[in-house]
Design a protein around this ligand. Structure first.
Ligand SMILES: *Cc1c(COP(=O)(O)O)cnc(C)c1O
Length: 433
């Protein structure tokens, strides 16, 4: 696979380098320089395949030149070992539930795939591999669970004391094995500063084999394009010939960018709808043609509180300019009041219990259909399990949420964390121990 650097478009690398480097030179992102094109026969056969099978077909076409097919097959089987159901609310509205993995959010797809890809490449690199991340909550859980028990990889996760929920904390502290949690006496920015310092400490970073598991990593994006194929195939079984629009609750725009990758590979997606909360930079970009990053605003759908969406660069690179982006994308923004109304409406209409992120996705779809009446089926992405967002759910929902057994089990396990201050030398000693 050949990838270019969005900051220096004539600079190329392969998939393995892009995975370990994460960020390209000059703060650029790695972008595939071409995409495989699937033909009509491929799509005709797609509904006959399981998720793992279609995942293999797609990733093999993308990165099969760097990883043997048998290995990729095993990675897909192992990484995607949970269901991805398309749930029909009515004939027009359907939700793709992406929260049946171990951390109960769609980020499991990216984290589980990336960890196994890194473990594979690392066998031949024969170097120590140490994943170092700072988390404010959600990403850390997906990374910890995604890398848990993956051979040959050590993981250190820093989180700010008193700033993550109890439930998020157990995902970091109760796994044990190769996952070590550090509670930093400071803010998320302090955690981030320690991590950054370690990565720029060249000698240390090299000796420790430090790597990041950041959400801009191309190995996290690729697996996120797979469930668009799955949703389309499931819809064809239900309604042969159905046209589809996807509404994606968006923050850093990784998830929806992966949808654009799927469309680029030939998946017939009529429109990608970026549904956002009050952080509406992309919505404004589509109308004005100018991307104007702003400080983020805190909302109910807090995993989408992003003022400067990092994957925007990839979307513009893929489609050229705002005219190209408008052709594939629509975008709508919703307030917290509207989000809560939507949660209640989804429950009243369908007896379906959602959470703020999915509710923003649903609202995006509704707004799109109001402006573009048509016969398409709308699929919105259920990015997280409601149990993850209990503190921000409507009061009446709280007692109705079923906490998944995997979480209850985890909470029973002994918790282990190391408390640290902000001293870099001490931090270095501890994590290399
Ligand atoms: C990360 C996240 C999002 C936003 O996804 P992006 O890829 O950053 O746009 C939406 N919902 C939930 C629950 C998330 O954890």
């Amino acid at each position: 696979m050949k990838l270019y650097n969005t900051a220096k478009p004539d600079q190329y690398t392969n998939f393995e380098n892009a995975v370990f480097q994460g960020l390209a030179e000059g703060n650029g992102l790695f972008m595939p320089s071409s995409f495989p094109q699937f033909d009509a026969a491929f799509f005709q056969n797609l509904p006959n395949l399981s998720f793992e099978e279609m995942a293999f077909e797609v990733v093999n076409a993308l990165i099969g030149d760097e990883i043997p097919a048998a290995v990729l097959k095993e990675i897909c089987d192992d990484a995607f070992n949970f269901p991805v159901p398309l749930v029909k609310l009515d004939n027009q509205y359907q939700i793709l539930e992406l929260f049946h993995g171990p951390s109960l959010a769609f980020k499991d797809f990216g984290a589980r795939f990336m960890s196994r890809i890194m473990a594979y490449f690392n066998q031949t690199r024969k170097k120590k591999l140490h994943i170092l991340v700072a988390t404010s909550g959600d990403t850390g859980g997906a990374v910890a669970m995604g890398f848990h028990n993956v051979p040959g990889i050590q993981v250190s996760i820093l989180f700010p004391k008193g700033r993550v929920s109890k439930y998020q904390e157990v995902q970091l502290t109760c796994l044990g094995g190769n996952i070590k949690a550090y509670e930093v006496d400071g803010s998320f920015d302090d955690c981030q500063a320690l991590v950054k310092k370690a990565f720029t400490d060249r000698e240390f970073a090299d000796k420790e084999g430090l790597a990041s598991a950041n959400s801009i990593n191309i190995a996290r994006l690729i697996p996120q394009s797979l469930y668009y194929f799955k949703a389309w195939a499931d819809l064809q079984k239900q309604k042969p010939g159905a046209e589809v629009v996807f509404s994606v609750p968006s923050g850093n725009f990784g998830n929806i960018c992966a949808g654009a990758f799927a469309k680029k590979m030939g998946l017939p997606i009529k429109k990608l709808i970026a549904a956002v909360n009050e952080n509406r930079m992309f919505t404004e970009y589509l109308s004005s043609g100018v991307m104007q990053p702003k400080p983020s605003i805190a909302t109910l759908s807090n995993a989408m509180d992003v003022g400067n969406p990092s994957n925007f660069v990839r979307i513009e690179a893929l489609l050229g300019d705002v005219v190209g982006v408008r052709d594939w994308f629509s975008s709508f923004s919703f307030s917290d009041v509207e989000t809560e109304q939507a949660e209640n409406e989804i429950y009243d209409r369908y007896e379906y219990l959602s959470e703020p992120h999915a509710a923003v996705g649903y609202s995006g779809l509704k707004q799109y259909f109001a402006q573009n009446p048509g016969t398409e089926t709308g699929i919105f992405l259920g990015t997280a399990h409601p149990a993850k967002f209990i503190p921000v759910l409507p009061k009446a929902f709280v007692e109705r949420v079923e906490i998944p057994k995997s979480i209850l089990d985890l909470m029973e396990k002994p918790s282990e964390k190391t408390c640290i201050g902000l001293d870099y030398e001490e931090f270095k000693k501890l994590i290399s121990g």
